[in-house]
Design a protein around this ligand. Structure first.
Ligand code: ZN
Length: 154
């Protein structure tokens, strides 16, 4: 199987069987992200304890890339410290936006998103969930650890 096909299969698998879909009642961070260009939206709920994202859930609508990418992101970050998550998001951005080598150790199934670089208009779909996460965590840090609701727009 060609690498492209394998990547496409990983993305379709996350789209059809999203991981961590749902919501959380006692989330420290609720953050909504939108990519109006494609009509994608993603909402994330994060439980944060002791500088660690202990639980993450997401909901959303939109194209397969945006929704699969959000599912992949939740798997990559659940149970990780805020510092690790920062590194993970940087690795994803580096791969998608700067052409850096995919880092499977940090990104897990996220390396499958590299194939999306061939379609520049879809890159915003692929980074939506990650940028939404990043904004939510930044506002949480700025709030001094108080619960936040945030909005992100690509
Ligand atoms: Zn999209």
């Amino acid at each position: 199987m060609a690498l492209d096909d394998l990547y496409r299969e990983v993305i379709m698998d996350h789209y059809k069987r999203p991981r961590n879909r749902g919501m959380l009642k006692c989330a420290e961070v609720v953050v909504e992200g939108a990519n109006p260009l494609c009509g994608d939206d993603v909402t994330l709920w994060l439980e944060i304890d002791d500088e660690t994202v202990t639980k993450v859930r997401f909901a959303g609508h939109g194209c397969s890339i945006s929704q699969a990418s959000a599912s992949i992101m939740t798997e990559a970050i659940e149970g990780r410290s805020l510092e690790e998550i920062d590194e993970i998001v940087q690795a994803l951005r580096g791969m998608m936006l700067e052409g850096e080598q995919p880092n499977e150790e940090l990104l897990g199934d996220g390396i499958a998103l590299e194939g999306v670089r061939q379609f520049p208009v879809r890159i915003k779909c692929a980074v939506l969930g990650w940028n939404t996460l990043s904004l939510g965590l930044r506002q949480f840090a700025e709030s001094g650890g108080k619960p936040v609701e945030a909005h992100h727009r690509e």
